[in-house]
Design a binder for this molecule. Structure first.
Ligand SMILES: Nc1ncnc2c1ncn2[C@@H]1O[C@H](COP(=O)(O)OP(=O)(O)O)[C@@H](O)[C@H]1O
Ligand SMILES: [Mg+2]
Length: 109
């Protein structure tokens, strides 16, 4: 369950995660393209790195979906860092709103 994403969005993400391993040897841009096609999310794409594709939720937050196993770890790490951050340092981090398997929602910069 998510406040930001529909069940359909989460099912799409899970579908992509189940197919992700087929694209581990493709280029960064091709992996993002394949993910974009399989995900079929309605949110505009902001960009992608090697490990995550990022969408604008149009409400001040972004959705970051893993493109690789490492991307799943990156999302977990970003959540843990935010969650364990010292109070006086929090203002330097993007607020993390929600996290799920393979995805994270954080403040748009
Ligand atoms: N919180 C954010 N707000 C706005 N854009 C973002 C945010 N996080 C990532 N992006 C954009 O998405 C791109 C990929 O995200 P990044 O975190 O670098 O993924 P990766 O783990 O693949 O390197 C970034 O280069 C940036 O352009
Ligand atoms: Mg990056």
């Amino acid at each position: 369950m998510s406040v930001f994403l529909s069940n359909w969005d989460i099912q799409s993400i899970n579908l992509w995660l189940s197919k992700m391993h087929h694209y581990k040897d493709t280029s960064k841009s091709q992996r993002a393209n394949e993910a974009d096609i399989i995900l079929q999310l309605t949110y505009p794409k902001i960009g992608n790195g090697r490990h995550r594709i990022v969408f604008d939720l149009n409400n001040g937050y972004v959705l970051k979906v893993a493109l690789t196993k490492k991307g799943i770890q990156c999302n977990e790490t970003e959540f843990k860092i935010y969650d364990h951050c010292r109070a006086d340092l929090l203002k330097h981090l993007c607020r993390v709103k929600e996290v799920g398997h393979g995805w994270i929602i954080m403040k748009k910069m």
